[in-house]
Write a protein that binds this ligand. Sequence first.
Ligand code: ADP
Length: 747
Amino acid sequence: MTALLLLNAHPGDQHKLQLELQPILPSWKIRTVPYTPQLAEILLREEAPVIIISDGSPSIDTLKLLQLVKTYCLQTSIIMWCEYTSVEAAVAALKQGACDYIQRSDNNYLMLAASIQHEIAVQYDAVIQPLLANPHNQADEALLALELAQVRMQFLATASNMLTVSLDYSTTLLHLCELCLHYIADICAIYIRDTPNRGHWEIIRAHDPIKQTVMEQVLNEYPPELAPNNIIYQALSTGRATYLPEVNYQVLEASAIDERQLELYNKLDVRSCVAVPLQMHEQLHGLLFCATDKHNRAYTPEDLRLFQELGQRASLAIENAHLYETEQQARQIAEEARSQMNMLVEASDILSSSLKSEAISQQLIALIAQRLSDVCLLVVVDQNRIELCSISQHPKVAHISPELLEERIAREIVDSSSMIGRVMSTGEPLAIDNRDSFDHSFGVPLSDLCDFQTFLCVPLISSNGVIGLFLLMDSEANHFSGSEVLVVEELARRTAMAFDNARLYAEAQQAIKARDQFISIASHELKTPLTSLMGYISMLKRRLGNSDQISPADQKALRVIDAQASRLNSLISVLLDLSRHQQGRLSLSLSAIDLRLLTQQVVDEIEPTLSRHQLVLRLPNEAIWIEGDLLRLEQVFQNLIQNAIKYSPQGGIVEVSLQSQTGYAEICIKDQGIGIPSDSLPHLFMRFYRADNATSTQISGMGLGLFIVREIMHLHKGEVSVESVEGEGSSFHLKLPLLERPNYIEA
Ligand code: ADP
């Protein structure tokens, strides 16, 4: 690659020059060289075609530097990039051999680049033109052919470098055009095929600005397909490079389709031209058109081959740029999809973080506003009454008070001529891409309160219909793309579902509260009359139980009344326990208890009532002491043994065993009953829970006993667990910590 040397530039200036020039001249190697005693050596070694001398260091005389450079680099073009102190200074520099003088403080890098390109073109012409003009004899011609071949090789090498500098499609085409203008053409245009039959002129350039305008007219007014006689159409239709070595009036007349086109052709005054299709793998991407207006220049068959070679390299570069662009687009789409997916995940996290609508709404609108638009508004309604109305923070809505916002939304929701009202009534999303060009078939949301350009309104649809909406507003017109709309719709779906859940949860909480209140009131209210009823029953039993005055039938009735009243009492006791637990009032009255004695007592009480079951009791030889509430533990044993009996409807053995382990006592109640389905085991100790096989075998119960058992065990710092196989029986295990203080026991 050709080197450009920047001499004597101020360090900051050097850096800036390199930064600015490199993108304009991507194929040039730009080197900065400070003023050193070895300067001559560097100049000789680098053989730079262009040197830029700056006046960065005030201690160095730029004119002297110019003279020095001229001494060593006779063929080099020197451009002065200096402060314009006076006309005389500039003239002096030009007289000393500088080819251009550009005012440094104007920072006109484009002008500097143009000057560099001009110098390169001049140098090229200086080599080629004399050879073209004076081929004296065969030896000279052979030399000329060799020179030209070298120049062409160099041109192609530069072309390859230049075309691979950028993967950007437009930059690649620009490089191709620049290259042709610098080396081989005075007019250059690039045509790009958009569809198999249509295309457009992407670049039209000429050295001469007037000819550039004419060229633009002729190419844009007469698309290739309208002018079938010219070489552009021919190259496009045949896919082969075509050229006109000598363009004269007859050729132009034959190519033009009307007077105007001929007139424009004449203004261009082209001498020779070439059209090269840009194609890759049989696919036509476009065409490169080049022309020269130099009277002594005519394209030759070698030039045509050069253009064909260039066309192939350019096509490859264009295809690479295309592939890169496609890949970049795919990457961008994938990136967008990834970020939208992340956003949906974040939104789902927020939605599942709480069952309270207010808590999630603020986080949600903040997330949407952060990722998708300037402002996000969330409205939830219940039968046209606003339940929730939150707007994200933004300077443009900071002046709107919550009351004013709510009042405005309430009005728009019921007004079907407003965007919000329309979305609420139809349940369909609506977007306004540009408020200024919007046809106003319905009202812009909050139009007089804030000034936004784009609006996207998406309904929240739950099982009960439209329950609210998201309104996204942005200051930029056409802000929302198709994929963003889909994301907001998905967000709206998830939000509606979350709000539905929140509503159901609130209703369930309400129902549970009502049930607990009922249980509490009912159990307390029933307990008092029942206690007095039971008092009278036991009095009657005592008085009449063994008397002859009462018939056997009445005695049986009395027993039934007594049994049913006891059953009712135990049911109410359980409900009372539940209510106490809910109010945190389930407490223990502790004393030292011998579990062996307690177990024996409970079994003794139950045994006489059994007919089909056999109670087997396994007790240790020694007493087992624990600290506990006697009545509550009796309740626990009763409950578990009664369950073992109740859930063994076919009868069988119920085994009750007690043993002491290290640190704790273990009681096990084992039956041979219906057992418990494995999927019910984890829920067994929850209140009101009953296993399916209990209900299907119509064994009555409330599902509260085990819940109370577990609470009592927890209060005793003990635990209850269960093992069961459905159809084979169950074992309930109780563990209670042993009492460690014998003194207390003796006392
Ligand atoms: P209830 O017996 O009043 O339904 P519990 O709280 O005592 O309530 O028991 C909860 C559930 O556990 C019962 O409904 C039953 O499904 C199951 N269950 C309890 N004990 C046994 C057992 N010994 N055998 C089989 N199932 C049992």
